[in-house]
Design a protein around this ligand. Structure first.
Ligand code: IPE
Ligand code: IPE
Ligand code: MG
Length: 240
């Protein structure tokens, strides 16, 4: 029997999902493997999450790949991450482009050196007109640094105090032109933002998953989207 009764309510799909990809080190340690193996497996989860985002009809996916605080890690781990980033870009760019993914980098990624800047710049240029999914890669990103840089830009531009609205300020952030995240997912069981998108995530729904990032898959993504769909967003107002 079919009819109105059988139809489930329209599922709210977040326009922008942001993910704090955490737990690579613990994934490796639990197997007695070096951390770099966890990061390498984590790269496969990046691919799965891009596919899942496209499959769910999400328009913006932001991935926290390296924080401004991650520079405090040992040089060999930073170097491994840098190498994996280049490797990922070289092996995945063509397919991402064909799938309609537009790449956008935020953060002080120039700290990774001129090769990274050149390759990421070329990837951004190549994919600039794609419209299926915008993939925002947060690399050497920190929310406080982002806000501070925006404040400095406002001063440099000579923005009068009365013209510095929230809308104007947002246009000075690294995420200018990108809608705020609706859903922030963090894997690995940690329940904190770790300096991710502090301004932008003001009203994001937060979902913390116990899965370690290298194990993250399409089902986990779909589950988080479902959890999001069941949340009631009030934005401080009082609905009927
Ligand atoms: C996330 O995994 C990757 C980065 C932060 C670069 P971690 O490396 O933080 O893994 P854990 O948290 O130590 O398990
Ligand atoms: C947050 O993870 C940064 C990224 C996932 C890139 P961390 O592992 O660096 O965060 P903390 O140190 O546990 O807060
Ligand atoms: Mg971690």
């Amino acid at each position: 029997m079919s009819g109105l009764m059988d139809q489930s309510p329209a599922q709210a799909i977040p326009q922008h999902v942001a993910i704090i990809m955490d737990g690579n080190g613990r994934w490796a340690a639990s197997r007695g493997l070096p951390r770099v193996v966890g990061h390498r497996e984590g790269a496969k989860a990046v691919r799965r999450s891009i596919e899942a985002a496209i499959g769910q009809g999400v328009k913006y996916l932001t991935l926290f790949a390296f924080s401004s605080e991650n520079w405090q890690r040992p040089a060999d781990e930073v170097s491994d991450l840098r190498g994996l980033l280049l490797q990922y870009l070289r092996s995945e760019l063509k397919e991402m482009h064909e799938a309609g993914v537009r790449l956008k980098v935020i953060g002080e990624h120039s700290r990774f050196g001129p090769n990274i800047v050149a390759e990421l710049g070329a990837a951004e240029a190549k994919t600039a007109n794609n419209a299926r999914l915008t993939l925002v890669l947060a690399l050497s990103y920190g929310g406080r640094a982002d806000i501070l840089a925006a404040a400095k830009r406002a001063i440099e531009e000579g923005v009068p105090a009365e013209a510095l609205t929230e809308h104007k300020f947002a246009s000075l952030l690294a995420t200018a032109g990108i809608p705020d995240p609706d859903l922030v997912i963090r894997t690995s069981g940690e329940q904190r933002l770790s300096n991710f998108l502090l301004w932008q995530a003001a009203y994001a729904e937060l979902v913390f998953l116990d899965v370690l990032w290298p194990d993250f898959n399409e089902q986990d993504f779909a589950g988080a989207v479902k959890t999001f769909g069941a949340r009631v967003r009030r934005f401080g107002a009082r609905p009927e």
